[in-house]
Write a protein that binds this ligand. Structure first.
Ligand code: AMP
Ligand code: MG
Length: 401
């Protein structure tokens, strides 16, 4: 049986980075940069005012105070979005607004709150001194043309979008989103609103898997429920392989007479790379390969499907998109209760971590149990044969934002 690390190495190795594509910025949120990105222009692009006030020559205001204000001649206005049409010479100033370009000759902006305007004489009385370059945002002080903004493989967040837009980017190259086929197998599975009959249950894995695929930027495609027979499993897999970059199946990977996923992979010409990972829930996990495409055969128990997706599938989906960091985010927290693992496999417990960092179990932890899923936003890694106690500081793996 493989360790989790060995299994992750194999699922990562089973997929390749996909060809990148160009997208407009509005479609780039949460995607991964496929190249280093640089500034096309500087920010600020020109020296401009940080205040509403008057553009002045700072030495003109030397010694200015409430009692002895300096009187300057107001020679015009520089509105934001326009160029100044005049030059500032000693004894003169211009009305200026936040973001307006600094007129030639000026080297400071005096705030309008410190000035009195005599409109008739077109003169401004300034009651404050101002240092050279005070209240001026200098060209390139934030970002200079050519500066590297993002590194290849970096996730594009809201701030990155602002930065890219402000430096003149329109379209950028990002990793393509993998198309992910989702199949559930099982004679017992039905879909609501159909009525349940004896022995039947409502199918729940496909919608969970699709949401996790979407959250990791993949494009999910849900296929009809596949009954437990080899022929139909083969034909469902074939169709899904034709239409997707990667396949997720759930169920049918144990050793029962009705577990057809492994035989089906081989029947359609693929190979089974490994089966079984030393984790709980999620031990029966199959990695198959058909014509250079990966199939991740997840166990049918809902908690097992969720945990194996997070630990083994998500890293692969991120790698396909060119992400430089393919791991789940971690958060530090403090246990509010004991977690014991008497078994010999690592246990990934469904927990919730709140904004104060308190970690609590969300309920029943057996692999068929769904009751504890809705409240869970993280997984706690409880090592084999161990007991974590209340007050222990831990790191949990985040599975929700
Ligand atoms: P299997 O992995 O096929 O042996 O299924 C293990 C358990 O998970 C059984 O109790 C199944 O009924 C249940 N199960 C399998 N697939 C699903 C599914 N898609 N939705 C909900 N439960 C499932
Ligand atoms: Mg089954």
């Amino acid at each position: 049986m493989l360790s989790l690390e060995q299994a992750v190495e194999k699922t990562l190795a089973s997929v390749a980075r996909m060809e990148p594509e160009f997208v407009v910025l509005n479609e780039a949120y949460r995607r991964y940069a496929a190249q280093n990105l640089h500034a096309n222009v500087s920010i600020p692009g020109f020296d401009n005012s940080a205040m509403d006030g008057y553009a002045v020559i700072s030495s003109d205001l030397k010694g200015a105070s409430e009692k002895t204000p300096t009187s300057l001649q107001n020679i015009g206005v520089v509105p934001a979005g326009d160029g100044p049409d005049k030059k500032i010479t000693p004894g003169c100033c211009m009305r200026i607004f936040t973001g307006s370009p600094i007129p030639e000759g000026a080297n400071a902006v005096v705030m309008q709150e410190g000035c009195k305007i005599n409109t008739n004489e077109n003169r401004v009385l300034c009651a404050d001194e101002v240092k050279p370059w005070e209240n001026i945002r200098m060209k390139g002080e934030d970002v200079q043309t050519g500066d590297q903004l993002l590194t290849k493989g970096q996730k594009i967040n809201t701030g990155a979008l602002g930065l890219l837009a402000a430096t003149g980017h329109h379209q950028i190259k990002v990793g393509r989103q993998p198309n992910v086929g989702i199949i559930s197998t099982g004679n017992e599975l039905v879909e609501a609103p159909k009525k349940l009959t004896t022995g039947k249950i409502y199918e729940s894995n496909r919608t969970m898997l699709a949401s996790m695929v979407s959250r990791s930027n993949g494009v999910p495609k849900i296929y009809p429920i596949v009954p437990d027979n080899l022929e139909e499993t083969c034909s469902a897999l074939k169709t899904a392989f034709q239409e997707n970059d990667i396949i997720l199946s759930s169920g049918g990977v144990s050793v029962g007479d009705h577990d057809h996923v492994k035989p089906a992979i081989e029947q359609i010409g693929g190979t089974v790379d490994f089966w079984k990972v030393s984790i709980k829930p999620g031990k029966p996990f199959v990695l198959g390969q058909v014509n250079d495409r990966a199939l991740f055969g997840l166990p049918g128990n809902p908690a097992s499907a969720l945990v194996t997706f997070q630990l083994l599938v998500l890293p692969a989906l991120l790698k396909m998109q060119g992400a430089s960091d393919c791991r789940l985010a971690k958060r530090r927290g403090e246990l509010t209760e004991e977690f014991a693992n008497k078994g010999d496999r690592r246990h990934f417990a469904r927990v919730s971590i709140n904004s104060q960092g308190q970690v609590v179990s969300t309920g029943g932890q057996r692999s068929h149990m769904l009751g504890s899923l809705a409240k869970a936003n993280a997984l706690l890694d409880v090592p084999p044969a161990s007991r974590l106690t209340k007050g222990d500081l831990v790191e949990v793996l985040m599975i929700e934002d």
